[in-house]
Design a protein around this ligand. Structure first.
Ligand SMILES: Cc1cc2nc3c(=O)[nH]c(=O)nc-3n(C[C@H](O)[C@H](O)[C@H](O)COP(=O)(O)OP(=O)(O)OC[C@H]3O[C@@H](n4cnc5c(N)ncnc54)[C@H](O)[C@@H]3O)c2cc1C
Length: 392
Protein backbone atom coordinates (compact mmCIF):
# COMPACT_ATOMS: atom_id res chain seq x y z
CA UNK A 1 0.00 0.00 0.00
CA UNK A 2 1.02 3.60 -0.63
CA UNK A 3 2.13 5.66 2.37
CA UNK A 4 -0.68 6.31 4.88
CA UNK A 5 -1.32 10.06 4.54
CA UNK A 6 -4.63 10.04 6.43
CA UNK A 7 -5.88 13.36 7.75
CA UNK A 8 -8.93 13.17 9.92
CA UNK A 9 -11.89 15.28 8.78
CA UNK A 10 -13.41 17.54 11.48
CA UNK A 11 -15.69 19.94 9.63
CA UNK A 12 -17.61 21.16 12.68
CA UNK A 13 -14.69 21.43 15.07
CA UNK A 14 -15.92 18.48 17.09
CA UNK A 15 -12.49 18.10 18.66
CA UNK A 16 -13.64 20.85 21.04
CA UNK A 17 -16.07 18.30 22.51
CA UNK A 18 -13.26 15.89 23.40
CA UNK A 19 -11.13 15.88 26.54
CA UNK A 20 -7.34 15.91 26.45
CA UNK A 21 -7.38 12.22 27.39
CA UNK A 22 -9.70 11.42 24.46
CA UNK A 23 -7.35 13.18 22.06
CA UNK A 24 -4.28 11.43 23.48
CA UNK A 25 -5.93 8.01 23.18
CA UNK A 26 -6.99 8.76 19.62
CA UNK A 27 -3.53 10.02 18.63
CA UNK A 28 -1.76 7.01 20.12
CA UNK A 29 -4.12 4.62 18.33
CA UNK A 30 -3.82 6.53 15.05
CA UNK A 31 -0.05 6.48 15.21
CA UNK A 32 -0.04 2.74 15.88
CA UNK A 33 -2.39 2.12 12.94
CA UNK A 34 -0.23 4.23 10.61
CA UNK A 35 2.93 2.45 11.71
CA UNK A 36 1.84 -1.16 12.25
CA UNK A 37 -1.39 -1.70 10.30
CA UNK A 38 -1.51 0.41 7.12
CA UNK A 39 1.81 -0.79 5.61
CA UNK A 40 0.89 -4.49 5.82
CA UNK A 41 -2.88 -4.88 6.03
CA UNK A 42 -3.55 -5.04 2.31
CA UNK A 43 -1.19 -7.99 1.99
CA UNK A 44 -2.87 -9.88 4.82
CA UNK A 45 -6.31 -9.20 3.35
CA UNK A 46 -5.19 -10.37 -0.09
CA UNK A 47 -3.79 -13.57 1.47
CA UNK A 48 -6.89 -13.97 3.69
CA UNK A 49 -4.65 -14.26 6.74
CA UNK A 50 -5.07 -12.88 10.24
CA UNK A 51 -2.04 -10.77 11.24
CA UNK A 52 -1.28 -12.53 14.53
CA UNK A 53 1.70 -10.28 15.23
CA UNK A 54 -0.72 -7.34 15.71
CA UNK A 55 -2.15 -8.91 18.86
CA UNK A 56 0.74 -7.71 21.01
CA UNK A 57 0.47 -4.16 19.67
CA UNK A 58 -3.29 -4.08 20.20
CA UNK A 59 -2.78 -5.14 23.81
CA UNK A 60 -0.07 -2.51 24.29
CA UNK A 61 -2.28 0.36 23.10
CA UNK A 62 -5.06 -0.83 25.43
CA UNK A 63 -7.43 -1.99 22.71
CA UNK A 64 -8.35 -5.16 24.61
CA UNK A 65 -10.76 -4.04 27.31
CA UNK A 66 -10.41 -0.25 27.03
CA UNK A 67 -13.22 0.32 29.55
CA UNK A 68 -12.49 -2.69 31.79
CA UNK A 69 -11.06 -1.53 35.17
CA UNK A 70 -7.28 -1.52 35.48
CA UNK A 71 -7.38 -3.97 38.42
CA UNK A 72 -8.34 -6.65 35.86
CA UNK A 73 -5.75 -5.52 33.29
CA UNK A 74 -8.09 -3.25 31.30
CA UNK A 75 -7.28 0.34 30.36
CA UNK A 76 -9.93 1.87 32.68
CA UNK A 77 -10.97 4.44 30.06
CA UNK A 78 -14.40 5.92 29.36
CA UNK A 79 -16.77 4.99 26.55
CA UNK A 80 -15.78 7.84 24.23
CA UNK A 81 -12.13 6.75 24.44
CA UNK A 82 -13.26 3.21 23.61
CA UNK A 83 -15.24 4.56 20.64
CA UNK A 84 -12.34 6.65 19.36
CA UNK A 85 -10.03 3.64 19.55
CA UNK A 86 -12.47 1.56 17.50
CA UNK A 87 -12.78 4.44 15.00
CA UNK A 88 -9.03 4.59 14.50
CA UNK A 89 -8.55 0.83 14.33
CA UNK A 90 -11.35 0.36 11.78
CA UNK A 91 -9.86 3.27 9.82
CA UNK A 92 -7.06 0.74 9.39
CA UNK A 93 -9.24 -2.33 8.82
CA UNK A 94 -12.65 -3.60 9.96
CA UNK A 95 -11.18 -7.07 10.53
CA UNK A 96 -8.70 -5.81 13.12
CA UNK A 97 -11.45 -3.79 14.79
CA UNK A 98 -13.59 -6.94 14.82
CA UNK A 99 -10.90 -8.78 16.76
CA UNK A 100 -10.89 -5.97 19.34
CA UNK A 101 -14.68 -5.81 19.56
CA UNK A 102 -14.93 -9.53 20.16
CA UNK A 103 -12.13 -9.56 22.71
CA UNK A 104 -13.33 -6.47 24.62
CA UNK A 105 -17.10 -6.44 24.40
CA UNK A 106 -18.06 -10.02 23.69
CA UNK A 107 -15.53 -11.90 25.82
CA UNK A 108 -14.08 -9.59 28.49
CA UNK A 109 -17.32 -7.68 29.08
CA UNK A 110 -19.50 -10.75 29.89
CA UNK A 111 -16.77 -12.21 32.11
CA UNK A 112 -16.50 -8.85 33.89
CA UNK A 113 -20.25 -8.12 34.10
CA UNK A 114 -21.73 -11.61 34.52
CA UNK A 115 -18.80 -13.54 35.95
CA UNK A 116 -17.63 -14.01 39.55
CA UNK A 117 -14.40 -12.70 41.05
CA UNK A 118 -12.51 -15.94 40.40
CA UNK A 119 -13.45 -15.92 36.72
CA UNK A 120 -12.51 -12.24 36.39
CA UNK A 121 -9.10 -12.81 37.95
CA UNK A 122 -8.46 -15.97 35.99
CA UNK A 123 -9.32 -14.70 32.49
CA UNK A 124 -9.39 -10.90 32.23
CA UNK A 125 -5.67 -10.08 32.71
CA UNK A 126 -4.70 -12.73 30.13
CA UNK A 127 -7.27 -11.42 27.65
CA UNK A 128 -6.15 -7.81 28.22
CA UNK A 129 -2.51 -8.69 27.58
CA UNK A 130 -3.32 -10.71 24.47
CA UNK A 131 -1.93 -13.90 26.01
CA UNK A 132 -5.44 -15.30 25.47
CA UNK A 133 -7.63 -14.55 22.47
CA UNK A 134 -11.35 -15.03 22.87
CA UNK A 135 -14.38 -15.72 20.72
CA UNK A 136 -18.13 -15.31 21.27
CA UNK A 137 -20.52 -18.05 20.22
CA UNK A 138 -24.11 -16.97 19.75
CA UNK A 139 -25.05 -17.51 16.07
CA UNK A 140 -25.96 -21.03 14.92
CA UNK A 141 -26.48 -22.46 11.43
CA UNK A 142 -30.28 -22.19 11.79
CA UNK A 143 -30.49 -19.25 14.20
CA UNK A 144 -28.87 -15.96 13.16
CA UNK A 145 -31.21 -12.97 13.54
CA UNK A 146 -33.29 -15.06 15.94
CA UNK A 147 -30.69 -16.30 18.47
CA UNK A 148 -33.37 -17.12 21.06
CA UNK A 149 -34.18 -20.23 19.01
CA UNK A 150 -30.69 -21.69 19.58
CA UNK A 151 -30.38 -25.46 20.00
CA UNK A 152 -26.89 -25.66 21.55
CA UNK A 153 -27.52 -27.05 25.04
CA UNK A 154 -25.92 -28.32 28.23
CA UNK A 155 -26.96 -30.91 30.78
CA UNK A 156 -26.11 -30.99 34.47
CA UNK A 157 -24.11 -34.19 35.03
CA UNK A 158 -23.54 -33.61 38.76
CA UNK A 159 -19.86 -32.64 38.85
CA UNK A 160 -19.76 -30.99 35.36
CA UNK A 161 -21.92 -29.82 32.45
CA UNK A 162 -22.13 -31.69 29.15
CA UNK A 163 -22.23 -29.29 26.20
CA UNK A 164 -23.50 -30.19 22.71
CA UNK A 165 -24.21 -28.17 19.58
CA UNK A 166 -22.49 -25.90 17.05
CA UNK A 167 -21.97 -22.20 16.47
CA UNK A 168 -21.32 -20.67 13.06
CA UNK A 169 -19.74 -17.46 11.72
CA UNK A 170 -17.61 -16.97 14.80
CA UNK A 171 -14.89 -14.31 14.63
CA UNK A 172 -11.50 -15.40 16.04
CA UNK A 173 -12.79 -19.01 16.36
CA UNK A 174 -9.92 -20.79 14.56
CA UNK A 175 -7.27 -19.62 17.03
CA UNK A 176 -9.23 -18.63 20.15
CA UNK A 177 -7.95 -19.84 23.53
CA UNK A 178 -11.33 -19.35 25.22
CA UNK A 179 -14.88 -18.99 23.95
CA UNK A 180 -17.86 -17.46 25.70
CA UNK A 181 -20.63 -19.76 24.49
CA UNK A 182 -24.37 -19.25 24.86
CA UNK A 183 -26.38 -22.43 25.36
CA UNK A 184 -29.67 -23.58 26.85
CA UNK A 185 -29.96 -25.61 30.04
CA UNK A 186 -32.48 -28.43 30.49
CA UNK A 187 -35.22 -25.88 31.27
CA UNK A 188 -34.46 -24.01 28.06
CA UNK A 189 -32.85 -20.99 29.78
CA UNK A 190 -29.85 -19.37 28.05
CA UNK A 191 -26.58 -19.23 30.02
CA UNK A 192 -23.01 -18.24 29.18
CA UNK A 193 -20.24 -20.85 29.55
CA UNK A 194 -16.49 -20.34 29.25
CA UNK A 195 -15.11 -23.10 27.03
CA UNK A 196 -11.33 -23.51 26.79
CA UNK A 197 -9.27 -24.83 23.89
CA UNK A 198 -8.10 -28.32 24.70
CA UNK A 199 -11.37 -29.48 26.24
CA UNK A 200 -12.16 -32.84 24.68
CA UNK A 201 -14.82 -32.68 21.95
CA UNK A 202 -14.31 -28.94 21.28
CA UNK A 203 -13.18 -28.07 17.72
CA UNK A 204 -12.99 -24.82 15.74
CA UNK A 205 -12.93 -25.42 11.95
CA UNK A 206 -12.13 -22.34 9.86
CA UNK A 207 -14.57 -20.85 7.34
CA UNK A 208 -12.84 -20.29 3.99
CA UNK A 209 -13.71 -18.36 0.84
CA UNK A 210 -14.84 -15.05 2.36
CA UNK A 211 -14.63 -11.94 0.16
CA UNK A 212 -15.06 -9.78 3.27
CA UNK A 213 -13.12 -9.35 6.54
CA UNK A 214 -10.35 -11.34 4.95
CA UNK A 215 -7.81 -10.28 7.58
CA UNK A 216 -10.07 -11.63 10.33
CA UNK A 217 -10.36 -15.37 10.91
CA UNK A 218 -13.90 -16.76 11.06
CA UNK A 219 -14.95 -20.28 11.94
CA UNK A 220 -17.28 -22.63 13.75
CA UNK A 221 -17.35 -23.74 17.36
CA UNK A 222 -18.35 -27.40 17.54
CA UNK A 223 -19.22 -29.10 20.83
CA UNK A 224 -19.43 -32.87 20.87
CA UNK A 225 -20.13 -33.97 24.44
CA UNK A 226 -17.74 -31.36 25.87
CA UNK A 227 -17.30 -31.67 29.63
CA UNK A 228 -17.36 -28.10 30.98
CA UNK A 229 -16.38 -27.61 34.64
CA UNK A 230 -19.21 -26.14 36.69
CA UNK A 231 -17.09 -23.17 37.71
CA UNK A 232 -17.04 -22.08 34.03
CA UNK A 233 -20.72 -21.04 34.01
CA UNK A 234 -21.21 -17.25 34.18
CA UNK A 235 -23.34 -16.99 37.32
CA UNK A 236 -24.64 -13.42 37.41
CA UNK A 237 -26.93 -13.14 34.39
CA UNK A 238 -28.95 -15.54 32.24
CA UNK A 239 -31.64 -15.35 29.55
CA UNK A 240 -31.35 -13.78 26.09
CA UNK A 241 -30.72 -10.38 27.71
CA UNK A 242 -27.25 -11.58 28.75
CA UNK A 243 -25.78 -11.99 25.23
CA UNK A 244 -27.79 -8.98 24.01
CA UNK A 245 -26.12 -6.86 26.71
CA UNK A 246 -22.73 -7.78 25.23
CA UNK A 247 -23.97 -6.93 21.75
CA UNK A 248 -24.97 -3.44 22.92
CA UNK A 249 -21.39 -2.79 23.91
CA UNK A 250 -19.95 -4.21 20.68
CA UNK A 251 -22.48 -2.38 18.48
CA UNK A 252 -21.53 0.88 20.17
CA UNK A 253 -17.90 0.26 19.11
CA UNK A 254 -19.02 -0.68 15.59
CA UNK A 255 -20.89 2.63 15.20
CA UNK A 256 -17.60 4.44 15.87
CA UNK A 257 -15.57 1.98 13.82
CA UNK A 258 -17.68 2.36 10.67
CA UNK A 259 -17.13 6.09 10.95
CA UNK A 260 -13.38 5.42 10.77
CA UNK A 261 -13.75 3.41 7.55
CA UNK A 262 -15.91 6.20 6.05
CA UNK A 263 -13.36 8.86 7.03
CA UNK A 264 -10.55 6.89 5.39
CA UNK A 265 -12.48 6.55 2.11
CA UNK A 266 -13.45 10.24 2.11
CA UNK A 267 -9.89 11.36 2.85
CA UNK A 268 -8.49 9.10 0.13
CA UNK A 269 -11.02 10.30 -2.47
CA UNK A 270 -10.50 13.96 -1.56
CA UNK A 271 -6.74 13.69 -1.97
CA UNK A 272 -7.08 11.76 -5.22
CA UNK A 273 -9.54 14.33 -6.61
CA UNK A 274 -6.94 17.09 -6.18
CA UNK A 275 -4.20 15.09 -7.89
CA UNK A 276 -5.93 13.24 -10.71
CA UNK A 277 -6.12 15.37 -13.86
CA UNK A 278 -8.63 14.69 -16.65
CA UNK A 279 -9.74 17.06 -19.43
CA UNK A 280 -6.94 19.38 -18.34
CA UNK A 281 -7.91 19.91 -14.69
CA UNK A 282 -8.10 18.02 -11.39
CA UNK A 283 -11.28 15.94 -11.21
CA UNK A 284 -12.05 17.65 -7.88
CA UNK A 285 -12.88 20.74 -9.96
CA UNK A 286 -15.84 19.04 -11.65
CA UNK A 287 -19.26 19.61 -10.09
CA UNK A 288 -20.21 15.92 -10.10
CA UNK A 289 -17.14 14.97 -8.06
CA UNK A 290 -17.68 17.89 -5.68
CA UNK A 291 -21.26 16.71 -5.09
CA UNK A 292 -19.95 13.33 -4.01
CA UNK A 293 -17.34 14.84 -1.68
CA UNK A 294 -19.72 17.43 -0.23
CA UNK A 295 -22.30 14.76 0.55
CA UNK A 296 -19.65 12.52 2.10
CA UNK A 297 -18.38 15.17 4.52
CA UNK A 298 -21.98 16.11 5.41
CA UNK A 299 -22.84 12.52 6.30
CA UNK A 300 -19.56 12.01 8.19
CA UNK A 301 -20.17 15.16 10.23
CA UNK A 302 -23.72 14.03 11.12
CA UNK A 303 -22.41 10.59 12.13
CA UNK A 304 -19.61 12.14 14.22
CA UNK A 305 -22.20 14.11 16.18
CA UNK A 306 -24.40 11.03 16.59
CA UNK A 307 -21.58 8.89 17.95
CA UNK A 308 -20.24 11.60 20.23
CA UNK A 309 -23.69 12.14 21.79
CA UNK A 310 -24.15 8.38 22.10
CA UNK A 311 -20.80 8.22 23.88
CA UNK A 312 -21.92 10.87 26.37
CA UNK A 313 -25.14 8.92 27.02
CA UNK A 314 -23.17 5.69 27.42
CA UNK A 315 -20.77 7.33 29.87
CA UNK A 316 -23.79 8.41 31.93
CA UNK A 317 -25.23 4.89 31.76
CA UNK A 318 -28.23 6.25 29.84
CA UNK A 319 -27.75 4.92 26.28
CA UNK A 320 -30.62 2.61 25.34
CA UNK A 321 -30.23 -0.50 23.16
CA UNK A 322 -32.47 1.16 20.58
CA UNK A 323 -30.27 4.26 20.46
CA UNK A 324 -27.22 2.05 19.93
CA UNK A 325 -29.06 0.18 17.15
CA UNK A 326 -29.83 3.45 15.38
CA UNK A 327 -26.17 4.52 15.45
CA UNK A 328 -24.88 1.11 14.30
CA UNK A 329 -27.36 0.98 11.42
CA UNK A 330 -26.90 4.58 10.35
CA UNK A 331 -23.13 4.65 10.47
CA UNK A 332 -22.49 1.35 8.71
CA UNK A 333 -24.95 2.26 5.96
CA UNK A 334 -23.39 5.71 5.66
CA UNK A 335 -19.90 4.20 5.48
CA UNK A 336 -20.89 1.70 2.80
CA UNK A 337 -22.43 4.41 0.64
CA UNK A 338 -19.31 6.57 1.03
CA UNK A 339 -17.06 3.62 0.11
CA UNK A 340 -19.04 3.01 -3.07
CA UNK A 341 -18.94 6.66 -4.14
CA UNK A 342 -15.26 7.02 -3.21
CA UNK A 343 -14.38 3.90 -5.16
CA UNK A 344 -15.97 5.35 -8.29
CA UNK A 345 -14.07 8.59 -7.82
CA UNK A 346 -10.80 6.65 -8.10
CA UNK A 347 -11.86 5.10 -11.39
CA UNK A 348 -9.90 1.94 -12.19
CA UNK A 349 -7.43 2.59 -9.38
CA UNK A 350 -10.35 2.25 -6.96
CA UNK A 351 -10.55 -1.50 -7.44
CA UNK A 352 -6.88 -2.11 -6.60
CA UNK A 353 -5.10 -2.72 -3.32
CA UNK A 354 -3.07 0.44 -3.92
CA UNK A 355 -5.84 2.25 -2.09
CA UNK A 356 -7.86 1.02 0.92
CA UNK A 357 -11.34 1.76 -0.43
CA UNK A 358 -12.30 -1.58 -2.01
CA UNK A 359 -11.10 -3.45 1.10
CA UNK A 360 -13.16 -1.20 3.37
CA UNK A 361 -16.18 -1.66 1.11
CA UNK A 362 -15.95 -5.45 1.14
CA UNK A 363 -15.33 -5.49 4.90
CA UNK A 364 -18.40 -3.39 5.55
CA UNK A 365 -20.58 -5.99 3.83
CA UNK A 366 -19.93 -8.16 6.91
CA UNK A 367 -20.27 -5.26 9.32
CA UNK A 368 -23.69 -4.38 7.90
CA UNK A 369 -24.75 -8.01 8.54
CA UNK A 370 -23.18 -9.00 11.85
CA UNK A 371 -24.20 -7.81 15.29
CA UNK A 372 -27.75 -7.45 13.97
CA UNK A 373 -28.44 -6.89 10.28
CA UNK A 374 -29.35 -3.52 8.77
CA UNK A 375 -33.01 -4.60 8.59
CA UNK A 376 -33.13 -5.98 12.12
CA UNK A 377 -31.85 -2.68 13.54
CA UNK A 378 -34.57 -0.86 11.64
CA UNK A 379 -37.14 -3.17 13.25
CA UNK A 380 -35.63 -2.37 16.67
CA UNK A 381 -36.16 1.35 16.01
CA UNK A 382 -39.66 0.60 14.71
CA UNK A 383 -40.53 -1.35 17.85
CA UNK A 384 -39.09 1.37 20.06
CA UNK A 385 -41.09 4.21 18.52
CA UNK A 386 -44.40 2.41 17.89
CA UNK A 387 -44.49 -0.24 20.61
CA UNK A 388 -45.42 -2.82 17.94
CA UNK A 389 -43.14 -5.82 17.39
CA UNK A 390 -42.74 -6.41 13.63
CA UNK A 391 -40.18 -9.25 14.00
CA UNK A 392 -42.77 -12.01 13.86
C1 LIG B 1 -17.74 -12.24 9.07
C2 LIG B 1 -18.76 -12.52 10.13
C3 LIG B 1 -18.38 -12.61 11.46
C4 LIG B 1 -19.32 -12.92 12.45
N1 LIG B 1 -18.91 -13.04 13.77
C5 LIG B 1 -19.78 -13.52 14.69
C6 LIG B 1 -19.34 -13.83 16.04
O1 LIG B 1 -18.17 -13.60 16.38
N2 LIG B 1 -20.21 -14.40 16.90
C7 LIG B 1 -21.51 -14.65 16.56
O2 LIG B 1 -22.26 -15.17 17.40
N3 LIG B 1 -21.98 -14.36 15.30
C8 LIG B 1 -21.15 -13.81 14.37
N4 LIG B 1 -21.59 -13.53 13.09
C9 LIG B 1 -22.96 -13.89 12.72
C10 LIG B 1 -23.87 -12.70 12.46
O3 LIG B 1 -24.19 -12.05 13.67
C11 LIG B 1 -25.09 -13.22 11.69
O4 LIG B 1 -24.66 -13.50 10.37
C12 LIG B 1 -26.23 -12.22 11.68
O5 LIG B 1 -26.82 -12.12 12.96
C13 LIG B 1 -27.34 -12.61 10.67
O6 LIG B 1 -27.70 -13.96 10.81
P1 LIG B 1 -27.77 -14.89 9.52
O7 LIG B 1 -26.51 -14.75 8.75
O8 LIG B 1 -28.18 -16.24 9.98
O9 LIG B 1 -28.93 -14.24 8.63
P2 LIG B 1 -30.50 -14.48 8.80
O10 LIG B 1 -30.92 -14.26 10.20
O11 LIG B 1 -30.86 -15.77 8.14
O12 LIG B 1 -31.09 -13.29 7.91
C14 LIG B 1 -31.17 -13.33 6.49
C15 LIG B 1 -31.92 -12.06 6.03
O13 LIG B 1 -33.26 -12.07 6.55
C16 LIG B 1 -33.51 -10.85 7.24
N5 LIG B 1 -34.42 -11.11 8.36
C17 LIG B 1 -34.27 -12.03 9.36
N6 LIG B 1 -35.31 -11.95 10.21
C18 LIG B 1 -36.12 -10.95 9.75
C19 LIG B 1 -37.35 -10.37 10.20
N7 LIG B 1 -37.94 -10.76 11.33
N8 LIG B 1 -37.91 -9.39 9.47
C20 LIG B 1 -37.31 -8.94 8.34
N9 LIG B 1 -36.15 -9.44 7.86
C21 LIG B 1 -35.57 -10.43 8.56
C22 LIG B 1 -32.15 -10.37 7.71
O14 LIG B 1 -32.16 -8.96 7.91
C23 LIG B 1 -31.25 -10.79 6.55
O15 LIG B 1 -31.29 -9.79 5.54
C24 LIG B 1 -20.67 -13.13 12.09
C25 LIG B 1 -21.06 -13.01 10.75
C26 LIG B 1 -20.14 -12.70 9.78
C27 LIG B 1 -20.59 -12.59 8.34
Amino acid sequence: MAQDLFQSPDYYGLDDLLSEEHKLVREATREWVKRDVSPVIEDYAQKAEFPKEMVKGLAEIGAFGPYIPTEYGGAGLDQISYGLMMQEIERGDSGIRSTCSVQSSLVMYPIYAYGNEEQRNKYLPKLASGEFLGSFGLTEPDFGSNPGGMVTNFKDMGDHYLLNGAKMWISNAPFCDVAVVWAKNEEGRIHGLIVERGMEGFTTPETHGKWSLRASATGELVFDNVKVPKENLLPNKSGLGAPLGCLDSARFGIAWGALGAAMDCYDTALRYSKERVQFGKPIGGFQLQQKKLAEMITEITKAQLLTWRLGVLKNEGNATSAQISMAKRNNVDMALKICREARQMLGGMGITGEYPIMRHMMNLESVVTYEGTHDIHLLITGLDITGFNAFK
